[in-house]
Design a protein around this ligand. Structure first.
Ligand code: ATP
Length: 220
């Protein structure tokens, strides 16, 4: 059977999740306490329901514990977001993803038992900062509080050099896990493979090491 999802809070973030899940032919129940927002999604979601998710009795009557994954996308109202998450975990929902507004909010959500806490504004801000600060960094994807994956364009100086020549694993503790070359993706590139200008290096490492490397490249 297909997985069934619930999205609570139909702001821009929650709304876009409902739209994408629908486009992927997934069953999704969309919930908001605001009737107008629910109306907007009545043709997109499998079910669109007006409900206050801080009311445990209402959540029980919706049979929320039978869904596979609930996404709590209430940003502004931290109390409603945390109380909703708490009720979901107490009712035994297996997987709860909650959106945090700030670090403090994220901390509480983690403590309450949210399985995944997302921080879209902060993460997107970081990705854009790395992208604008360096002409070579194309994307920056946070894996945890300390580790990330970075997509970086090979510079002119790197062309013709091998991964052994670059020596970034020994010098920076960074691993190049793949190289995008035109339409091709070379996974686990051989250490003696020569780079071409405009190759895109996909690398993984500790944030401090990645930042050190970015700074070095920016000043070359
Ligand atoms: P955006 O996703 O647009 O960036 P945001 O995360 O700040 O913004 P809000 O504008 O706060 O989101 O919207 C969250 C939605 O959650 C609103 O539509 C609001 O009506 C809904 N909401 C807030 N509290 C509850 C609640 N207790 N029960 C159900 N829905 C709620």
């Amino acid at each position: 059977m297909d997985k069934e999802y619930v999205v609570i809070g139909l702001g821009r973030f929650g709304g876009s999740i409902v739209r994408e899940l629908n486009a992927l032919d997934m069953d999704v129940m969309a919930i908001d306490k605001d009737e107008h927002r629910v109306d907007e999604y009545s043709d997109i979601a499998t079910h669109a329901v007006v409900a206050d998710t801080t009311d445990e009795a209402v959540m029980k009557s919706l049979g929320i514990r039978n869904f596979d994954h609930v996404i709590v996308s209430i940003g502004e109202n931290i109390q409603a977001s945390t109380l909703t998450t708490l009720i979901l975990k107490e009712l035994g929902v297996k997987k709860v993803t909650a959106k945090a507004q700030n670090d403090y909010h994220a901390k509480i959500l983690n403590k309450i038992g949210a399985d995944t806490v997302v921080h879209p504004e902060r993460d997107m801000g970081r990705r854009i900062a790395h992208n604008v600060a360096s002409a070579t960094v194309l994307d920056y994807l946070e894996l945890s509080d300390e580790h990330s994956i970075v997509e970086m364009k090979a510079t002119e100086a790197m062309a013709g050099q091998t991964l052994i020549d670059l020596d970034i694993r020994a010098q920076f503790g960074i691993n190049i896990i793949a190289i995008k070359r035109r339409k091709e993706i070379i996974v686990s590139p051989a250490p003696d493979m020569a780079l071409e200008f405009d190759d895109i290096l996909i690398m993984i490492g500790h944030d401090n090491d990645l930042t050190r490397y970015e700074k070095k490249i920016a000043h070359e």
